[in-house]
Design a protein around this ligand. Structure first.
Ligand code: SF4
Ligand code: SF4
Length: 256
């Protein structure tokens, strides 16, 4: 018997009489709630296998719907529409259209892995959330999320050179996500980040020596040098080739 949550049932399938007395017993309001049955025809029996082919989602078939993942979920605590157990349920039933109703929030999984740690069946729900988010993007149901764009650039550098350069990752990420650095510095998290790094209070209190000693010089110079002369992991050529080939094969297998 599957667990149902009232919030997940279409409101027009819920019947409730404000005023109802049965055999002299007042069952007005929620006491007489009935759910209209529905017949599902739009399921895809292969959908579970499609998702299981994404790395991290191989164990999706093991889920027994205990709900521990949702109960422990960081995002569920902020938004009860974020429901890993329910999305795994829809995946197992092949109800893609139902799943797509939540296409704008599934990608918000923050990979804290609380769900994975608590899952009694080793489903690894975090991997399933990532697989669903990637499937939604791969099938063109929504634009690539910022998280996917970041991952792509990070992976590209790892495969090409065997290492990443922070500045290149960040500058390309801002370019690809079309974010204004100036606006972010003024209002967004980047401004908070820079403010916390700032040593201005030292200067304001007249500690010029301490201020200069703590101003980061070597780091930015090294970053600049790496932007001009991109360092590679020694002997990366053949290793990179093999890894790129492996990644290509995995992608082809996932979309076969
Ligand atoms: S904790 Fe595991 S078994 Fe329980 S509902 Fe979540 S994925 Fe399924
Ligand atoms: S990894 Fe994602 S789905 Fe799992 S508990 Fe954290 S936010 Fe929720």
């Amino acid at each position: 018997m599957t667990i149902h949550e009232k919030t997940l049932i279409d409101p027009d399938r819920l019947l409730t009489s404000d005023k109802l007395v049965v055999d002299g017993v007042d069952v007005s309001g929620p006491w007489n709630t009935m759910i209209l049955p529905r017949t599902l025809k739009d399921y895809d029996v292969d959908f579970e296998n499609v998702i299981a082919r994404y790395g991290g989602a191989e164990n999706v078939h093991r889920c027994w719907q205990c709900g521990s993942c949702t109960n422990s979920c960081t995002m569920y605590a902020l938004n009860t529409d974020f429901n890993p157990r329910y999305w795994i349920y829809l995946t197992l039933l092949g109800l893609k259209q139902e799943l797509l109703k939540d296409r704008d929030i599934i990608w918000q999984c923050v990979s804290c892995n609380k769900c994975t740690n608590i899952c009694p069946k080793d489903v690894r729900p975090e991997g399933v959330m990532k697989a669903l988010a990637h499937w939604i993007e791969d099938e063109g149901y929504r634009e690539k999320s910022h998280s996917s764009l970041f991952d792509e650039e990070f992976t590209r550098q790892c495969l090409d050179r065997g290492r990443i350069e922070d500045t290149e990752v960040m500058t390309r990420f801002f370019r690809d996500t079309r974010q204004s650095l100036i606006a972010l510095a003024r209002r967004g998290w980047l401004g908070i980040f820079v403010a916390r790094m700032g040593k201005w209070p030292l200067l304001a209190h007249g500690h010029l020596g301490k201020f200069l000693a703590r101003v980061p010089v070597a780091g930015p110079l090294r970053m600049l040098a790496h932007r001009l002369f991109k360092p590679r992991t020694p002997s990366w050529g053949r290793t990179g080739e093999v890894l790129r080939q492996y990644v290509r094969e995995q992608k082809e297998a996932a979309h076969a």
